[in-house]
Design a protein around this ligand. Structure first.
Ligand code: AMP
Length: 181
């Protein structure tokens, strides 16, 4: 699941993983849990996450590969927030094989509604990286680091584009339709 911060990746991925019965593997959630638990990884990640930068790819990749080795991921998994750049995409491909990914869903949304959504989420959920300066930086990091994955996965013929604007139900319907086509 690919998309800018606030595009609805987490919401749609969690719903889709429940619908099709495969685990939702969110690197953002896993890193937040590590921060919460105060692990070595969490301690390294905390400041970086609060600044809206990317946690070093080798750490995140090791975490993901370990997670994908769990028994519940044997029949498939839904990645959310990973890979975040071309280096991570290459590392993933090297680890799971070029044919392992079935499709890459891109949730598309214009920038301004994203900032609004994230500021609102910050107030509601209390996520420490959902404050406006960090949000703008996360959007910049997305453009610089993650957006190149659109071409990367288009060239591998894996990319499915989904309009991320609208209600959760509307977007979910489009997601299911895109996967079914
Ligand atoms: P997310 O919940 O996906 O928006 O991620 C929240 C934050 O966790 C990001 O702003 C990054 O600091 C960090 N993060 C999540 N996934 C990755 C990743 N694949 N690579 C590096 N940092 C990540």
């Amino acid at each position: 699941m690919l998309g800018a911060p606030g595009a609805g990746k987490g919401t749609q991925a969690s719903r889709l993983s429940r619908a099709i019965g495969i685990p939702h593997v969110s690197t953002g959630d896993m890193l937040r849990e590590a921060v919460e638990a105060g692990t070595e990884l969490g301690q390294k990640a905390q400041v970086i996450m609060e600044a809206g930068e990317l946690v070093p790819g080798d750490l995140v990749t090791a975490m993901v590969i370990h997670r994908l080795g769990e028994p519940d991921a044997e029949c498939g998994y839904l990645l959310d927030g990973y890979p975040r750049n071309v280096a991570q995409a290459d590392a993933l491909e090297a680890a799971v094989g070029a044919d392992a990914l079935e499709s890459v869903l891109l949730l598309e949304a214009p920038t301004e509604p994203l900032v609004e959504r994230l500021v609102k989420r910050g107030a509601e959920v209390g996520r420490s990286d959902d404050i406006e300066t960090t949000i703008r930086n996360r959007l910049e990091v997305y453009e610089e680091e993650t957006a190149p994955l659109i071409d990367y996965y288009t060239s591998r013929d894996l990319l499915l584009r989904v309009d991320g604007m609208g209600t959760v139900d509307e977007v979910f319907f489009r997601v299911v339709l895109a996967l079914a086509e």
